[in-house]
Design a protein around this ligand. Sequence first.
Ligand code: SAH
Ligand code: SF4
Ligand code: F3S
Length: 408
Amino acid sequence: MKVFLQTFGCQMNLADSEEMFAHLHARGAQRALSPDEADVILVNTCTVREHAEHRAVSFLGRLAKWKQQKPGRRIIFAGCAAQRLGEGLKKEFPFLDLVSGAKKIDDFGRLLDASGLFPPQQETLPPQQEGLTGYVTIMRGCDFRCTYCIVPSVRGPVKCLPAQEILQQTAQKAAQGAKEIMLLGQTVNAYKDGDVSFADLLNRVSEVPGVERVRFMSPHPAYITPDFLAAVRHNPKIARHIHLPIQSGSTKVLQEMKRGYTRQMLLEKLAALQECGITVSTDIIVGFPTETEQDFEDTLTLVDKARFFAAYCFKYSPRQGTPAAQMPQLGQDVLEQRLDILLNKVRDLSALAYAQQVGTRQQVLMEEENKGRSSNNFWVKTAKNYKIGSIVDVEIARADGTLLFAKE
Ligand code: SAH
Ligand code: SF4
Ligand code: F3S
């Protein structure tokens, strides 16, 4: 049995796909590199914006033909869109074999067995960790209620994994060659297990033998605490890059989004991060229902001040059942106009951030023989060749677009 994984959505979904694959692997499955050679396609889906759900569902629609081409083929529809749309999908897509929503991830093995469509579980080793980065999910779900967001309803409340289990998984991935560990969760820095805080966890994970660097995604600004900043300052293995979604630069909109912080608080936190040498990338939503021209201006001026490494910009998309979807909506033309203006502003952020690195010294984790990533997440090309997985200390000689060149 060969399984092709088609994943939409965020890093959490990518990690979930691997976790679901591990259950299939324990039932004799191998990985397929294309749908053509696959007996099973696992579609792991996203519903954060209407467009994301639409992509997942139209992908499913196109699988009707794939399924007919060979008898015995199976389709599993999993993840956030599957959670929202539920078993009802089978009416529209009668060829669909199994629906497994994002809340069912812990139950996936049992679901496979209950379907009677897959061989029983055997004693097998888990699939091998591939590449230099080991992804470890440390918490699932979200306890915030941002008024635009569907994630809490499809993923449920926060559940943190026991620290012991996270350290075990880290050790396993490090033993299989991971040098960098990426901790994952919807509000990853809200992590807590008894008296183990997120800052404690970062330190403990970085002490696992073989781990050279620790990253995490996605943190929430409310949990950028003095405790966290202290951990960063004292622990060079914590990466000097953070992806911190801000959503808006207007205090009024942030309040209506129920984000739990103001523009002023953001500016203070961004300054504190910069002081630790951390580069920041972000997510921004334009056209939230109550966003005025002045609110949008506030976002633009914040972007100017913040010197983001990159900014992913989204047009607000109403999601059924969320409070913001009930508010009077702005016209699509306003959303497009604002997105256009913002995109023009952020287009050159990355190149600018790269240019500012010239003259600094960086520790580069080699992902290829002559190319790697610095702790603050820039791509660096080295003059000499090095062993993949090693860390080299270099001086940045020049920048060309989104690539830095080192002199050693
Ligand atoms: N948990 C993360 C983000 C998860 S969703 C956090 O809280 O920061 C990823 C991104 O999608 C968000 O940062 C936001 O910018 C965007 N997003 C979420 N809901 C959206 C919606 N209804 N319309 C447009 N963008 C949305
Ligand atoms: Fe959605 Fe807000 Fe939770 Fe992020 S913190 S997943 S944006 S509700
Ligand atoms: Fe999408 Fe679910 Fe991630 S809605 S962004 S795949 S948590």
